[in-house]
Design a protein around this ligand. Sequence first.
Ligand code: S3P
Length: 433
Amino acid sequence: MGKESIRPAKIITGAIETPGDKSISHRYAMLAALAEGSSELRHFASAADCQSTLDCMRALGAEVKREKDTVRITGKGLRGLAGSRSALDAGNSGTTMRLLAGILAGQRFSSTLTGDASLRSRPMRRVVDPLRQMGAEIRAREDNFAPLEITGRALRAIDYPMPMASAQVKSSVLLAGLFAEGVTSVTEPARTRDHTELALEAFDAHVEKTGRTVRVSGMASSGRLEPRQLDIPGDISSAVFFIAAALLLPDSNLLIHNVGLNPTRTAVLDALASMGGLITILSPLVANGEITGQIAVRGSQLKGGIIEGPQIPLLIDELPMLAALGPFTEQGIEIRDAKELRVKESDRIAALAENLRRMGAHVDERPDGLRVEGRSTGRLHGAEIEPRGDHRIAMAFAVAGLAAQGTTVIRDAECAGVSYPEFYRELDRLAER
Ligand code: S3P
């Protein structure tokens, strides 16, 4: 496994565009495969996770062609997918597995969904339960883990009060709802990203939102999804690593072009701004319900603070980077109400605590979060980082390494490719030493 050495940097300067948003790429790819005809998805994510989705949709009979970041998918219609002889491999991608489970539950064929060792250890009961309520037949290892054996069935619509704030679970039920008779609804306990709702509308499905309830009309016996030409905004969750790097190094000046600014994803910008981060949003535009714009960032003195409550699901993927900023802030950073972090690509609370301590930070690990002491406990030193195969842990510590004393080495560095294969090259390009 390759290692990446990160040397300290003086400033971050220049401009960048991050690859297409991972969450949106997954959803557009799945819906394009269910539409009747040819869709073109531009600025599609370079993430290995989204390639897993494309491979699965191809295995289910959709025609998928990829040329750089443009993906053309000829869909077979809502009733046109075909069973795959081999297991569908979601790789490291929870989104692929959970969303696809919803689609597969309502097909006329059986499927097996599997993934890598990390994904096979992540909880799937959260989608299996509501899908079974809809009439799905699913077998899971220990009734919770992949491989999932899904026998396609006629589904019935349900009203689902979702017990946890998860966009993946909401999306799985809504996608299954497309194949049910009647109107399926999901009520979330706290707001989560709404890309599925927007994507369903973009492909011409009927969706309604009131408060925290989303309803989708079933298309089991009639109706079709329309093929579309869609531009995918840059991934804000990838941009956050560069935003953090620029905030961290005084005199930095960074411009991020064409980045997704969907309000269910920008809580991280609000959190950083409330800590004193100098972040400006420029020229926002709306297309297909998704907002895109530019973000300008300047080197800042971050105060730190507490991140908790309903904010958490809206910045869940940014928590590793926020926690790793803790030691560089005045008062430190505390994360609460985030026990979901323990069942992500790794146990992110444990991975953060371990690696922050390796760099000399003072950390109090808790069941649902952690407290990372601020600057007064001394400057971080370079260390060997063990990302536990988790892309966001690897990238967060590469950024921390820019402001530490001495060299930081990221083990198994290529795990960053799960979401951002170009990450180290881009970080090196923007860092002045
Ligand atoms: C995602 C939802 C979130 C997030 C994941 C992507 C999505 O997961 O952490 O990286 O695309 O719907 P949960 O729904 O499990 O919170």
